[in-house]
Design a protein around this ligand. Structure first.
Ligand SMILES: [Zn+2]
Length: 248
């Protein structure tokens, strides 16, 4: 059945001398892969349409086996991302995470909307860490392993101050910290509340959130160890992103 599907290309890889397999995150049917014939011929229309982060209108022959991309139009090429090494690294990171953590074949309207808006944010802005963390946390939630940041994950009471425990999967009060995970990392004032917001509100609220540089770095570090424990899949794009951070 031939379908018109709007979506963003989150992964491409070569398939034979001339074809490519592309993975698209779409609003209509969620994540799917399709064969793009002739996409490796450098000057073909198909080559232009099948670049990473292209938002397009795709005509796809959907089948139970491998679907086939017939044709399509580029709606937004996110040129600003493509032309900037830092933006490319951030976009590649959310695309790879999405590819690794999301199952194929079912629509995810909220997540798709958050993904698209995050990509748009990356394209238009310079401050990228917090929006990316927000999207990441939405994805962890969908994948079933978001950290618990509403109150203490152990006693379920609201006892500040909090530490963050990778092992226990969320916030710990001081009492529970000493009994369950003494290595939990103490969060500076306001960071527990910030985490709560990042988990629960969408990218459209990001304009209201100002975060100190050292807190951004702390959150990044905590989320990296958290992902290593629960996410599992190796992320090539994270390595690139961390190398760029070291250069800053
Ligand atoms: Zn507790």
């Amino acid at each position: 059945m031939l379908e018109k599907i709007n979506g963003v290309i989150i992964k491409t890889h070569d398939y034979s001398e001339t074809h490519k397999i592309i993975t698209i995150f779409s609003k209509k049917i969620g994540k799917f892969t399709a064969l793009a014939r002739g996409a490796k011929k450098p000057k073909s229309r198909m080559a232009a349409l099948t670049q990473p982060f292209i938002y397009g209108e795709f005509f796809v022959y959907i089948s139970k086996g491998l679907s086939t991309l017939q044709q399509g139009d580029v709606v937004n090429s996110f040129r600003a991302i493509r032309e900037d090494i830092i933006k490319t690294a951030y976009a590649a990171y959310i695309a790879e995470l999405t590819d690794k953590l999301l199952d194929t074949g079912s629509p995810e309207y909220y997540l798709y909307e958050q993904f698209y808006k995050t990509l748009d944010w990356i394209s238009e802005n310079e401050d990228l860490d917090i929006p990316v963390i927000m999207y990441e946390l939405k994805l962890y939630k969908k994948a079933g392993f978001a950290p618990f940041v509403d109150y203490c994950v152990n006693c379920r009471e609201d006892n500040r101050p909090y530490s963050f425990s990778v092992q226990e999967g969320g916030l710990l009060c001081d009492k529970c910290k000493s009994s369950t995970d003494p290595y939990a990392v103490r969060l500076p004032d306001g960071v527990a509340k910030l985490l709560y917001m990042l988990v629960h509100v969408g990218i459209e609220q990001v304009g209201n959130i100002a975060v100190k540089r050292e807190n951004k770095e702390l959150l990044r570090k905590l989320l990296d160890s958290y992902y290593d424990r629960y996410g599992g899949y190796y992320l090539k794009s994270r390595k690139v992103l961390n190398q760029l951070h070291l250069l800053k």
